[in-house]
Design a protein around this ligand. Structure first.
Ligand code: NAG
Ligand code: NAG
Length: 575
């Protein structure tokens, strides 16, 4: 470890001894920082997803061009850093210069400055290029790839050479490949990247870098990553990404339940194994998420709380992935799940969060969750009890969406014991929002504040089974396009899970799910096979293709929250 003074001497000597390139000279001074300190200071962080990384252009995907106030929102929520995923592929000119479009370099520099002007740390990278020209998992000529990569990084590092030590570089996002040879090439890429940015000069020889392993996943990084040889002095950390378990995070195979002891242990094991492989290297999880748009709230809150705590336990910083539809609504400046934001910030500091209790056994036949008060249209209103895992806290205050505070015992009572609280909402209070005949919908959100940690937001939802427009029951499977089925939501405006079976009982996808529980056996996968928007349930073109090709009818059972018997619609694709 260098003191600040000796660090400057080392760099000055290096500059004197190195051959004279047209090295960038920066005005002002650079405040050196160790990789360890840098990683501590960026925690927790947020990703500007699907924006500068969109292909072909910023604005091409689901987000408009970013505006600086987005970073105000991010800072206000308690984040300390922003990872800027950037795709360069369409902006790079022809060989041999591979000149990057000036306007794009300027745009990247401008957005980086918007981040650092707010005192936030930034990671600049080369992102979906790993799917495009910089993909060495096939037969591409590695010499050519390397030459282009060096030119690209030379230009980025020149443009950002004089940025402060708030800015770090990441050579490449999620490089493809699975073999040792591909892993070795990634190690070489880290080194080539270091040489390129050091040759540029400026403040780059002192800049923090987050190096990566194959796939940027914990296992392949553990297997193949080697510290780069060479004389670069950059403080360096390893960055990897975490989206696990796949089925919960990506709503595959009906997995809406998470939080069993096995789930908790598996997550800890993942983070522990990579930490044990790199005991003295600062680590950052540069992407992770379970989207607020598609996962069940109580399960998601447990997932985030445990994840952030385990990352902290294994001395690993975290940067949330947000594609623009997951967490921050950039237009309205509202976070879609404020509870998750508070869970992250509190768990990172070691403050205990109280959590909504929920079903954790994924072999269960129904799913219970304390993130909602569900009331079925037609049922009489009665007291409803929600268990919470207190984790050492007490219930402090409950308010409704309009800001009015609930009173106890008229509106609710709390009985605590064994680390849990049962919050019983009285019939008299609930009757202000729901009745046997009120129309379905989300009636209000209760904010339950605890003596410490995140508050829980509990929605009161009056529900009945949604209806497909015109009572639609079937249509023909036509390969090659999505099928949009208009729906009238009757409660939460979203699908929980979708089961898909052919008329002979064969599952449409993933036969092995027969070994799963009742809420998972035969279930298809969100985005791959089904999705929804505000007005429609959508059977994807992939699922349509499977049914058309099999030439036998398939029944899709669309399930909604709460996941209880009867809250579903059957729809048949004929052939
Ligand atoms: C390193 O990581 C690999 C892959 O996850 C794992 O199998 C191995 O046990 C880890 N090594 C240590 C020392 O934990
Ligand atoms: C939906 O179809 C399944 C068989 O695929 C059947 O068991 C179930 O009763 C049906 N539900 C309704 C509401 O028709």
């Amino acid at each position: 470890m260098f003191t600040m003074k000796s660090r400057i001497v080392v760099v000055a000597l290096g500059a004197l001894l190195s051959p004279v390139f047209a090295a960038v000279q920066c005005p002002g001074t650079f405040t050196p920082i160790t990789a360890n300190d840098w990683i501590k200071k960026i925690d927790p962080g947020w990703n500007l997803g699907n924006t500068l990384d969109a292909v072909p252009n910023e604005g091409s995907w689901n987000n408009p061009a970013v505006t600086p106030d987005t970073f105000d929102d991010v800072k206000k929520a308690g984040f300390k850093s922003v990872r800027l995923p950037i795709t360069w592929t369409t902006k790079i000119g022809p060989a041999p210069d591979f000149k990057i479009n000036d306007a794009w370099l300027e745009r990247v520099a401008t957005v980086t400055k918007q981040v650092t002007d707010r005192g936030l740390y930034a990671i600049v990278n080369v992102h979906h290029d790993s799917w495009e020209w910089f993909d060495w998992s096939g037969n591409a000529n590695k010499k050519d790839l390397e030459a282009k990569f060096v030119k690209v990084w030379t230009q980025i590092a020149t443009k950002l050479a004089c940025t402060s030590s708030l800015v770090a570089f990441e050579p490449i996002n999620e490089p493809k490949g699975t073999t040792k040879a591909q892993g070795d090439f990634m190690n070489r890429v880290n080194e080539v990247f270091l040489k390129a940015i050091n040759d540029v000069g400026g403040f780059n020889p002192q800049r923090v870098v987050t190096l990566v392993g194959l796939g940027e996943d914990s296992i392949k990084t553990s297997q193949f990553f080697k510290k780069p040889p060479g004389s670069w002095k950059n403080p360096w950390a390893i960055q990897y990404h975490y989206y696990s378990p796949y089925d919960f995070v990506f709503s595959a195979w009906g997995k809406t339940i998470w939080g069993s002891n096995e789930d908790l242990t598996a997550m800890e094991t993942d983070l522990k194994l990579i930490r044990n492989n790199f005991t003295d290297v600062p680590l950052v999880i540069g992407e992770y998420a379970a989207s607020a748009a598609s996962t069940e709230s109580a399960a998601r809150w447990k997932w985030f709380d445990h994840f952030i705590r385990m990352a902290a336990k294994y001395n690993t910083a975290t940067i949330l992935w947000d594609n623009g539809g997951d967490f921050l609504d950039r237009k309205s400046h509202q976070w879609r799940d404020e509870t998750v934001m508070e869970i992250i910030v509190n768990a990172q500091k070691g403050v205990k969060n109280s959590l909504a209790d929920s079903t954790v056994d994924d072999k269960a036949d129904t799913q219970f969750t304390s993130a909602y008060i569900f009331h079925k249209v037609g049922a009489e209103v009665a007291d409803q009890s929600l268990p919470f895992l207190l984790n050492g806290n007490t219930v402090k205050k409950i308010t409704a969406s309009d800001g009015s505070a609930l009173s106890t015992p008229a509106d609710y009572t709390v009985s605590a014991g064994n680390g849990k609280a049962n919050i019983v909402f009285t019939k008299a209070f609930l009757a202000k929002h729901i009745s046997s005949s009120a129309p379905a919908g989300i009636k209000t959100t209760l904010t339950i504040q605890f003596s410490a940690g995140a508050s829980a937001r509990v929605q009161i939802v009056q529900w009945s089974v949604p209806q497909l427009q015109g009572g639609a029951k079937s249509s023909k499977a036509v390969a090659g396009k999505d099928l949009e089925i208009p729906i009238a939501w009757k409660g939460l405006p979203r699908v929980a899970a979708v089961k898909a079976t052919f008329n002979d009982g064969e599952f449409m996808a993933d036969d092995w799910t027969k070994y799963k529980g009742k809420l998972q056996a035969g279930y298809a996968t969100y985005n791959n096979h089904w999705k929804w928007d505000e007005k429609n349930i959508i059977i994807t073109k992939d699922a349509m293709g499977i049914v058309a090709q099999k030439k036998k009818p398939a029944t899709f059972t669309f399930e909604f929250f709460p996941r209880v018997p009867g809250n579903s619609i059957n729809y048949t694709l004929t052939v």
